[in-house]
Design a binder for this molecule. Structure first.
Ligand SMILES: C[S@@+](CC[C@H](N)C(=O)[O-])C[C@H]1O[C@@H](n2cnc3c(N)ncnc32)[C@H](O)[C@@H]1O
Length: 362
């Protein structure tokens, strides 16, 4: 099947076949109980029709969004857009892009309802393909954060999506997104299977191919935030997939050209000030960086830059510079980075100071 036919298949799957989250045949969408407590009041304000057609696989609400411009790729009916619109507030903006008219129709139908509830209107929904973001009227380097929830796997041209993200992120901005990954490259018949594809499994990247793709697109040091194994609940699909295992994972990719492809030790450190709302004593930056307030925390050059050249800067003190080099950080590993469901022992993936934070939720 060529890429146009795959996109039509995806549009039919999300536009007509699926009517609600309950129709999915995997555990990709976790239940509302898994949503963190601080987000529940915001979720309660989302119109029920929007929530009932949520097909995401992770949580795409990073901290410090107030006043930010955020873009949601493959926004569907807009559950995450509505959550994010509350987080960016009246001075921010959230733009959702999706190619399926039926999904966008639901999003549009309840736009007024949400604006009335919040007392401001800061959301736009655009119909378009995420492989052709340049066709939309969006200014280059104008977004602080780009998010996406269970969509990249459905794209027939993933490098084009990442190039578009690079173009639209402002310097220091980040692509914070959840998606499905496989523990291996899938054989062609599975990749082309219509239901497996629609269910976000057939198009899922082998995790290490994703890392290669991200680096090739200029995101030199992808950071894993959280992950969980997915269960294929439909016995027929499970039989087709055999030994292949799938994971939902959230990554953050920063638009920082100076990042290197490995964790280099320049003798630097940071001290978290404890000022990020909701994280007074500890800030979980990624799966391997759990930063306790007030404590000197040695970091590699990349982590230093991810905190110093981004919206996180005001919340840290920075120790050191790039004048000296002490070699590679220990533990720059390359084995399966996800927890649970793996057969072999797991190690960290290219990060300094590994302190595994464990599971995830959405
Ligand atoms: C699994 S659903 C996730 C929807 C939404 N992010 C959520 O969490 O509910 C995938 C969505 O991505 C959209 N989509 C898939 N491929 C796309 C593409 N190439 N361009 C734009 N939208 C796409 C589909 O129309 C669908 O709404």
């Amino acid at each position: 099947m060529e890429s146009g036919a795959m996109q039509e298949l995806v549009q039919a799957y999300y536009g007509q076949e699926l009517q609600s989250t309950a129709d999915l045949r995997t555990s990709a969408c976790c239940d509302a109980d898994a949503v963190p407590a601080w987000l529940k009041p915001l979720l309660a304000r989302v119109h029920p029709e929007v929530s009932s057609r949520y097909y995401g696989c992770g949580l795409v609400c990073p901290p410090l969004l107030e006043g930010c411009r955020v873009l949601d790729l493959g926004c569907g009916t807009g559950r995450d857009v509505v959550l994010l619109s509350q987080l960016v507030g009246a001075t921010g903006e959230v733009v959702g892009v999706d190619m399926t008219p039926e999904q966008l129709a639901v999003a549009h139908r309840h736009q007024g309802f949400h604006a009335e509830q919040f007392g401001f209107s800061n959301v736009r929904f655009l119909e378009g393909h995420i492989e052709q973001l340049e066709a939309l009227d969006l200014e280059p380097a104008s977004f602080d954060v780009i998010v996406s929830n269970c969509v990249l796997n459905l794209s027939t041209d993933k490098p084009a999506v990442l190039r578009g993200v690079q173009r639209l992120l402002r310097p220091g901005g980040e692509f914070y997104f959840s998606d499905v990954y496989a523990d291996r490259r899938l054989p062609e018949p599975l990749r082309r299977h219509p239901v497996l594809y629609g269910e976000c499994l057939g198009g899922a990247l082998y995790w290490n191919d994703f890392l290669r793709l991200a680096r090739a697109a200029g995101f030199a040091d992808p950071r894993l935030v959280s992950d969980r194994p997915l269960e294929v609940t439909d016995p027929e699909l499970a039989a087709l997939l055999g030994e292949a295992r799938f994971f939902s994972a959230t990554y953050r990719l920063f638009q920082i050209p100076e990042l290197e492809d490995a964790c280099e030790d320049h003798g630097q450190a940071v001290i978290y000030r404890g000022t990020i709302p909701g994280s007074p004593s500890r800030f979980e930056f990624d799966k391997h960086h759990s930063l306790e307030a007030g404590r000197v925390f040695p970091v590699c050059g990349n982590t230093w830059r991810m905190l110093q050249q981004t919206r996180f800067a005001a919340h840290f003190s920075f120790i050191g510079d790039f004048e000296r080099h002490y070699g590679l950080y220990e533990g720059c590993g390359s084995s399966l980075p996800f927890d649970g469901g793996a057969r072999s022992a797991l190690h960290s993936s290219g990060s300094d100071n590994a302190t595994t934070a464990g599971g995830s939720c959405c």
